[in-house]
Design a protein around this ligand. Structure first.
Ligand code: SF4
Ligand code: SF4
Length: 556
């Protein structure tokens, strides 16, 4: 980070070494190699905190690499990361535990008729591991001269008095004990001063949300989230061949939605090939679920036991697992400056999942993350001498780009389903932009005294799940999870809802200890941030732990 002969000063500081942040660094270094760019990330290694489906539309990635790395497609890394393409695209409807129907013809028909649902076609896309993709992009960014620094966790964004400009970022203090006392190796978190701050932290970014609040950015509609849980399963070669290495399955219906009887949640299951003899299965559930005893891992269990999925994975071994949230609110939930409409303000730009560039009609956001990174890199290159214009220029470029057009085309989709439920909301959403803007509640407000009808008999094995996520943190540090008011847990939540955080946290972090709910196992945390958005009393805050902690995804 020693740039311009000043130890803690850099021209462009990117927070988050995911696809969006790295695309920004690559684009900027391609256009203006003389600009110093530093990308920091809280994970131990690039890619460790990245989890996605992941089906990747190729255009944005190709555009990025065509200009940055001539002949990139011939590299071993490109051949490894991009070796699978979708040839068979299954969109299934599961009715109960056994019945399944391929309804891909409906999607094709919708495409022919120009309806929104026609966007859900994946043929020709890459099937990728986002962990590997990120690692590769990190290597390219480094080769172009950017500094990519894993293990650096950012705790605060530092703004000037009127919050229209950031001066830098403060890293987290290292070397505190559980009570917050200084250990002999204590190091105060440094401040990195920067002319531009790019927020590319992924979903529900800590600095991003701080910035949105301090700078007074506004969303037309609250951000809505979903929770994704995913496992990679080693299967027999017969099962793998039977599934095929060029096929993706997206499934709706059971176990998160069944007509009339319920449950009535938004989302679905996924099943993709990963690498030889490995198949990924996952479940994405809209976090506006109402069932207080529900855990997305219960739905994953049911999904894996559906006869259509079971034939491919039965007897297999889970070798990797993880969880994350996805921002689903779309166009209406993108945070903007009230005055200028900028996605950011002044010299602060918000990218990718941090901005909410996920298109739930496609169930994809990776291509938008990369594209938004490119637009940010371009905007900074153009406004380098006048940083205060960067966010406005970035937003102009986004609005003209494929990201802006695509996000607008899917406007109101998720809000319509949130408002009317899947049975009426899905068909209604066909009218897309013609519909008025529906007010939606925040996800945590949806919790009710209701049970998930399909609850499996056995508790989900969270210990194995976290073990294969390979998550770890230094034990002797202050907990990065805070319950704001334990009296709310005791007198309101536990009697009414039976402490849902204990159930829905995918890593078993929350437990009742001496009659009090506590984040008893913070070192198991997968950084999914579900607890912060789903506690029914908005009573949990997630802050960043020391750099280098958290999951260590390799093939997600
Ligand atoms: Fe309930 Fe939230 Fe307390 Fe957990 S932390 S018991 S979900 S109020
Ligand atoms: Fe996710 Fe919160 Fe559990 Fe960590 S503690 S794994 S952020 S739900």
């Amino acid at each position: 980070m020693a740039k311009n002969n000043d130890y803690n000063r850099v021209s462009v500081l990117v927070v988050g070494a995911g696809p969006a942040g790295l695309a920004c660094a690559i684009q900027l270094k391609t256009q203006k190699p003389e600009i110093d760019v530093c990308v920091i990330d809280k994970s131990a290694e690039p890619g460790n905190h990245n989890l996605s489906g992941a089906v990747l539309e190729k255009d944005a990635l190709h555009r990025l690499l065509d200009s940055a790395v001539p002949g990139w497609w011939d590299s071993d890394a490109a051949k490894d990361v991009l070796r699978k393409k979708v040839n068979k695209d299954n969109v299934m409807f599961f009715l109960g535990r056994k019945l399944s129907f391929n309804i891909f013809f409906v999607i094709k028909l919708a495409k022919r008729l120009g309806l929104n649902f026609g966007q859900m076609i994946h043929k020709g896309d890459y099937i990728v591991s986002i962990s590997k993709l990120t690692k590769w992009l990190g290597q390219i960014a480094k080769e172009l001269g950017a500094e990519v620094l894993p293990g650096f966790a950012a705790a605060d964004i530092i703004l000037n008095g009127s919050a229209d400009k950031a001066t830098g970022v403060k890293l987290i203090d290292q070397g505190l004990d559980r009570e917050g006392g200084k250990l002999p190796n204590f190091v105060e978190g440094e401040v990195i001063n920067s002319r531009f701050v790019v927020l590319a932290e992924g979903c529900d970014g800590l600095l991003t949300e701080q910035f949105i609040e301090k700078a007074g950015l506004q969303r037309q509609s609250p951000q809505l989230y979903s929770v994704g849980v995913k496992e990679i399963i080693q299967v027999s070669s017969e099962q793998y061949q039977k599934f095929g290495d060029d096929r993706v399955v997206h499934a709706m219906g059971y176990p998160i939605w069944t007509p009339f009887l319920g449950p009535g949640m938004f989302g679905g299951g996924i099943c993709y090939p990963v690498e030889d003899e490995h198949i990924a299965v996952g479940m994405i559930v809209g976090a506006d679920w109402k069932y207080c005893n529900f855990n997305p891992q219960d739905a994953l269990t049911n999904f894996k036991n559906h006869s259509f999925i079971r034939q491919y994975i039965d007897g297999g071994t889970v070798v990797e697992a993880g969880a994350k949230m996805i921002p689903e609110g779309g166009y209406l939930a993108v945070p903007r400056d009230a005055e200028t409409g900028a996605i950011g303000r002044g010299n602060v730009l918000i990218l990718g999942d941090s901005a909410g560039f996920v298109n739930m009609l496609k169930i994809k956001g990776l291509h938008n993350a990369i594209d938004s990174g490119m637009q940010a890199g371009q905007a900074i290159a153009e406004t380098f001498e006048n940083g205060e214009a960067a966010a406005v220029r970035y937003t102009e470029l986004i609005d003209k780009s494929a990201v802006g057009k695509e996000m607008e085309s899917a406007k109101n989709f998720r809000q319509t389903v949130a408002k009317f439920g899947p049975l009426q909301g899905m068909p209604l959403s066909v009218f897309g932009g013609l519909l008025p803007k529906f007010d939606t509640e925040k996800d945590f407000e949806a919790m009710a005294v209701a049970g998930y009808r399909l609850k499996p008999n056995q508790d989900f094995d969270k210990d194995t799940f976290t073990a294969v996520a390979a998550t770890e943190h230094r034990e002797e540090q202050p907990s990065h999870l805070t319950i704001i008011d334990s009296e709310v847990c005791k007198s309101r939540c536990t009697p009414i809802f039976d402490s849902p955080c204990i159930t829905f946290c995918p890593a078993g972090v929350y437990e009742t200890v001496h009659d009090e709910v506590e984040p008893a196992n913070p070192s198991n945390c997968l950084h999914c941030k579900t607890c912060q958005r789903k506690c029914p009393f908005d009573n949990i805050r997630w802050t960043v732990p020391e750099g280098g902690g958290g999951p260590r995804y390799k093939r997600m």
